[in-house]
Design a protein around this ligand. Sequence first.
Ligand code: BDR
Ligand code: CA
Length: 309
Amino acid sequence: MSVPVLLDCDPGHDDAIALLLALASPEVELLGVTTVAGNQTLEKTTANALRVLEFVDRGDVPVAAGAARPLLRDPFVAAYVHGESGLEGPDLPPAQGRPVREHAVDFLADRILGSDHPVTLVPVGPLTNVALLLARHPDAAGRLERIVLMGGSIAEGNVTPAAEFNIWADPEAAQRVFASGLDVTMIGLDVTHKALMTGEHAERLRAAGRTGRMVAELYDFFHEYHARTYGFEGSPIHDAVALAHAFRPGIVETVERHVVVDCASELCRGRTVVDLWRRTENEPNAHVGIGVDADAFLELLVERIATFP
Ligand code: BDR
Ligand code: CA
């Protein structure tokens, strides 16, 4: 049986690739896409989700726009990583279609309640929509199979020395998700920074067809930032690791630990404080990714994207 999945995203280069991985994977039944402000404004992330779907002739997948700003914090976009459009690199035509009329939070609830099988929610942007779902539709949230999110890290940051972007952008929302009592998996930088797509993968995709070429162009732009900033000889495709973990067990190794988000300090705003060595009596509230079979992930990714014409 395929896994019913809802993808909540802020495309975003790696979000776009995660979306394509979902579409290309028969193990996934993609019930819809919801968007949130993050890498770029809500208007741009929503348009980008539509542009990617339309590029591969999947305009039939519904897109619902959600929160335009974090719960409490000032909006902040990552144009320095993803460019002005949020998806710089390939020459993608403007969106033809429109998002559905329903707000993302209500759309998520409807799809969760309407599914014959429990749904896996994969949030790969700031967690604003998910926190609002918990507040507005606790019954629907309680029906989820699990949440596999991209965000946080045990030991490093990418927007500040202490924090990862998705959690930093809306720490109060993230804390609500970790404290929700739902089955939460955290795929953080400790994992995603160990699975770098390289120029070699990009060349294989470039030769595979127009979608492969588009993904290679996303990589070219995204990689430039990672080379400049971290000296990486490749690029993490963060969000696609979370998506892969939702349907392919065994690629990411997880441990059960307690996670709390720092919402109080400015210095460590959005840090996911993971009790890795069990220094407290707190019961685990998340499965935390600690290792990844990078080759297995990248082979899966390239193989699946290459199936698009
Ligand atoms: C996360 O932040 C965004 O820039 C990426 O799309 C990813 O979801 C990585 O920190
Ligand atoms: Ca993202």
